[in-house]
Design a binder for this molecule. Structure first.
Ligand SMILES: Nc1ncnc2c1ncn2[C@@H]1O[C@H](COP(=O)(O)OP(=O)(O)OP(=O)(O)O)[C@@H](O)[C@H]1O
Ligand SMILES: Cc1ncc(COP(=O)(O)O)c(N)n1
Length: 268
């Protein structure tokens, strides 16, 4: 079995962050490990409180895993400060980490800032060049290019511009545009589109985390980036289709639908 590490924030309601990543890793047949960068108190309606972990504790979590266990892929989610970003980038570079998927988390679906605005430059400078795949949503891509994205053509152009910042592949997620949910992959040569139906649901908490974690799990299992993005898109679409109507806000995606169905624990 392959081993995948998530470096991200903890989401107490289990829909996004570390919790979404670990569920995704398990659902996709990989062994999940974590380095917690921050603890958030959040539910489906919003983020109430955030406590960053000390940078040396973040470093210790990452280093002790690489010193003991083969890490086949790494997913990076919420890394809120310049100090934490520099620490994570330094540790991963020093350990020669492979298959790095960086999800440049900036603002939660409920509107809470998860990246300090001053840390954005550090994310661009230190994290993007380390990434095999970077997976901004549309508002994040707009910040990275300092421009606006309203159409599929804008997404393709933005993917090219973000590629110039150093990642080996760019996937811009189309969850925030209207129409079909189309994700755009650029590998420095070609643009590929991954389209899926737009599902009419508000239970989309953690879709971006789930998608990036799935790409990391598939890369660990030996898929090419293109194959991993295709498979991750199928995985997140199913997880959204069976999203759980928990709480009063955006409920989480469902990671184990097929398994639970087979086990007979879901109502018909
Ligand atoms: N309503 C929807 N129906 C189908 N697919 C969707 C929908 N919303 C998002 N997706 C897909 O989910 C994945 C994540 O995209 P999205 O743009 O929502 O990321 P995100 O904003 O980073 O998510 P989050 O911040 O909630 O973790 C993409 O593959 C996108 O196409
Ligand atoms: C710890 C953590 N990481 C990431 C997200 C983004 O997910 P979403 O945009 O669905 O709120 C989040 N809410 N919390």
């Amino acid at each position: 079995m392959k081993h995948v590490l998530t470096v991200a924030g903890s989401d107490s309601c289990g829909g996004a962050g570390i919790q979404a990543d670990l569920k995704t890793f398990s659902a996709l047949g990989t062994y999940g490990m974590s380095a917690v960068t921050a603890v958030t108190a959040q539910n489906t309606t919003g983020v109430l409180m955030v406590q960053e972990m000390p940078a040396d504790l973040v470093a210790a979590q990452i280093n002790c895993l690489f010193d003991d266990i083969t890490v086949d892929a790494v997913k990076i989610g919420m890394v809120s400060s310049s100090e934490i970003i520099a620490t994570v980038a330094g540790c991963l570079a020093a350990k020669g980490a492979r298959h790095i998927v960086a999800d440049p988390v900036m603002v939660s679906k409920s509107g809470h800032q998860l990246l300090q605005p001053a840390a954005c430059a550090t994310l661009i400078e230190l994290l993007l060049p380390l990434a095999d795949v970077v997976t901004p949503n549309i508002p994040e891509a707009e910040v990275l290019i300092n421009g606006s994205i309203n159409t599929l053509a804008d997404m393709k152009q933005a993917a090219r511009e973000i590629y110039r910042l150093g990642p080996k592949h760019v996937v811009i997620k189309g969850g925030h545009l209207a129409g079909e949910a189309v994700d755009v992959l650029y590998d420095g040569r070609q643009v590929e589109l991954f389209a899926g139906p737009r599902l009419a649901t508000r239970h989309t908490h953690g879709t971006g985390c789930t998608f990036a974690a799935a790409i990391a799990a598939y890369l660990a299992r030996g898929f090419t980036v293109k194959e991993a993005v295709r498979a991750a898109k199928a995985y997140v679409t199913t997880a959204i289709a069976h999203g759980l109507p928990l709480g009063r806000g955006h409920g989480p995606t469902h990671h184990f639908y097929a398994l639970y169905k087979q086990a007979g624990v879901l109502p018909e």
